[in-house]
Design a protein around this ligand. Structure first.
Ligand code: PRT
Ligand code: ZN
Length: 224
């Protein structure tokens, strides 16, 4: 990867993609996106976009493979905890929290189950895509429960007999409702962050980041 161009990792297609591109456009960074391509070169600045699965973004920044990333804090924190356990590089700099991608990570149980607080989860199986965040939370709360890792269809796990409860992302609550689940504990609140790799950038690149941040702050301010 070229050293003089600032590289930014964004989600290729999903809930964060449109807002991520809108944000860059609002900062004056222009791209011609070819849907099939991983890389996009800015036509206005020495900036390259790397379009990937959101799950890959924290690691790319922590390994210093890209300079910046736009990522949901849920994915960022899960990867950070996982890397701390594995003793892999887990450092990054938080530049800004942005006003999109809002959601919460919550524990939900089937509506027919009586729930009278966290101790009700003791000894239970909880299905989640975020085992590290959940385990961390349970440990802090002194609750002994088992986590079952599922990368999709978490909301059907109780009905399928795979788990007693779930811990999943919620925004409107419609998915929980449709699956007969009741949200009981919010364990993590998330929004998108702009992060930078820990290792220093060249002076030129850092100057460009500073310029983009000033524009970004202007854009965010104008929205308020
Ligand atoms: O392919 P790739 O791996 O890049 O994408 P993905 O499928 O893993 O992620 P994507 O695009 O679904 O979500 C990207 C990010 O958006 C998440 O990591 C969160 O930071 C953020 N986000 C915000 C959400 C939601 N809101 C959300 N509601 N991510 C997922 N959901 C799902 C949730 O998992 C559940 O299935 O929506 C459902 C619940 O929504 P409600 O409105 O019914 O409560
Ligand atoms: Zn993902």
């Amino acid at each position: 990867m070229s050293n003089e161009r600032l590289t930014i990792a964004v989600q290729k297609s999903g809930r964060l993609s449109k807002e991520s591109m809108k944000l860059l456009a609002a900062c004056g960074v222009k791209f011609n996106i070819h849907e099939a391509r991983l890389m996009a070169h800015s036509t206005s600045h020495p900036v390259d976009l790397l379009r990937v699965r959101d799950d890959d973004i924290p690691g790319l920044v922590m390994d210093g493979v890209v300079d910046l990333g736009l990522i949901g804090e849920n994915v960022l924190e899960e990867e950070r905890l996982e890397r701390v356990i594995k003793k892999q590089p887990s450092g990054f700099n938080s530049l800004r929290r942005l006003d999109f991608g809002f959601c919460r990570l919550s524990v939900a149980v089937p509506k027919e189950v009586q729930y009278d607080g966290l101790p009700a989860l003791a000894g239970k199986k909880i299905a989640t895509t975020y085992p590290r965040i959940l385990e961390n939370y349970l440990k802090q709360q002194g609750i002994n429960a088992r986590t079952v890792m599922l990368t999709g269809s978490v909301e059907v796990a109780p009905r399928a007999g795979l788990a007693d409860a779930i811990c999943d992302l919620v925004s409107t609550g419609a998915t929980l409702e449709a699956n007969g689940l009741v949200e009981q504990e919010v364990i993590f609140r998330s929004q998108v962050q702009l992060i930078q790799r820990e290792e220093a950038l060249s002076d030129e690149k850092q100057a460009l980041v500073t310029k983009l941040l000033a524009r970004l702050d202007g854009v965010q301010l104008a929205k308020e």
